[in-house]
Design a protein around this ligand. Sequence first.
Ligand code: NAD
Length: 519
Amino acid sequence: MTVVQELPAVLSATTSVPHYRMFIDGRWVDTEEHYEIINPATEEIVATAAKGGIEHADAAVAAAKRTFDEGVWRGVSPARRAEIFDAVASALTARAEELAVLGTREGGSPYLLSMGFNAGQPISNLGYFARLLRGYEFETPGPLVGPILMGGLIRREPLGVCVAIVPWNFPLSLAVWKVVPALAAGNSVVLKTDEKTPIGALEFARELRAAGLPDGVFNVVTGNGEEVGAHLAKHPDVRKIAFTGSTEVGKLVSQAASTSNLKRVTLELGGKGPNIVLEDADMRLAVDGSIWAFLMHAGQACEAGTRLLLPAAVHDQFVDRLIDRLRTIRIGDPLDPATNIGPLISARQRDRVLGYIESAKQEGATIAHGGGVPAGFDRGYWVEPTVLTGVTNEMKVAREEIFGPVLCVLKYDSVDEAISLANDTEYGLSAGVWSADPNKALEVARRLEAGSVWINDWHMVHEEYPFGGYKQSGLGRELGAHALDEYTEVKSVQISLEPNISNHAFGLVLSTPAPSWED
Ligand code: NAD
């Protein structure tokens, strides 16, 4: 393991491609073997990175455990922790444009989206958790209870070493959702980035360190995701694992988490969001909103609205309008602020999405728009915005998460049928309702089995609202007022106000009084 001290990235002596190292125990750590980070829009090399393995995961956990045991961070006052988060938010604000460009180059999201998810949202989340921390009750008096008079304290204490594992689609945001509440509660953290998108997290580590976070409290391991992730998930010194990714891998993480010990687990997994347009909806709004729902980040969003449920009476006209609007979408260079849709993350993901479109054709759906690679986009990993009509809920495209720019359109005859189609899925991350009548929409929202339901909009993920999934979309919640609770143990400290009485209640009264201590 090579260790160097300066910045996360260095320019290699032979090329202008920056090289990123891992952040372990306050130092920038390199490996002999490197790998390339590829711009998915152009297939150019954006950077190289250290290829971390099990040895680095172990070093990161050891540093986190040492700092936790020594109390170098959990012993710091909540007010000082909050100050550090505010300082990081200021540093990231000053670098917002740079972070957006880095996010676009490594992950392919259009610049304006990167500005939101690689800068704006992390900055806002840091401020939110700083505010939450300032008012957080780590210790509250418990009630006086009887019949044996007892009082006490209810404490919230940090867990120890927490691991965060994140995917590539919103790499910095999803890391901040986990790392910041974990640190806020006084834990030490190891973050495993997706190998395709480590840059934002490494820049974040740099700013945390500059703001005064003690070395070893936060560590970032890059490299072989499957090997490192699986190792961390079963590591005996890790007390909690917070994972965002596919349902398939989430289940593996959940199993591994109970092998060597019993880790607390939070899982944010896949989705198949049903988007219900009611007959009284403002159709202009609903058409554009349904495009936003399925097409943000080329459909690579877990909470995308990918099943559009339309009343039979307006189906044809709605689909025609939606396709007309899709013709105005600008696909192209994601660094151009005018671009709406960028590429998919990899050739593998593109081929997977094209495979789903082919399966829809074979199962009898109609490709009403798109369906292939857009003309002239030979370099990079592109798929056209695609609309499938005639989809039924039994088809593979309606049941499985595609994670690409593909909309499945289904027809319904009654609101009850729409709700039943919406809930007929193993996923339950997001759902939406469009209606001119807020009460009617709320009534539908109450009956939908999803962690987030949006009315007359989509993707309204706000830090004040808890986020997470029903059913196989996850376990636990991130964000919201209780986000810190997820990174704490609860301890009851009970003080007897009538000492040594409680044994009487169980009939364990010794026949003779205890001798005095001196006897
Ligand atoms: P993925 O499950 O393949 O990978 C996610 C992360 O897990 C990566 O860092 C990867 O390196 C790591 N990993 C891979 N194998 C592992 C193992 N055996 N043990 C531990 N870690 C392992 O997911 P992906 O394809 O990279 O990302 C897309 C998925 O993420 C989609 O299913 C999407 O719905 C989901 N997602 C969910 C949310 C949410 O909040 N619910 C948000 C974004 C993405």
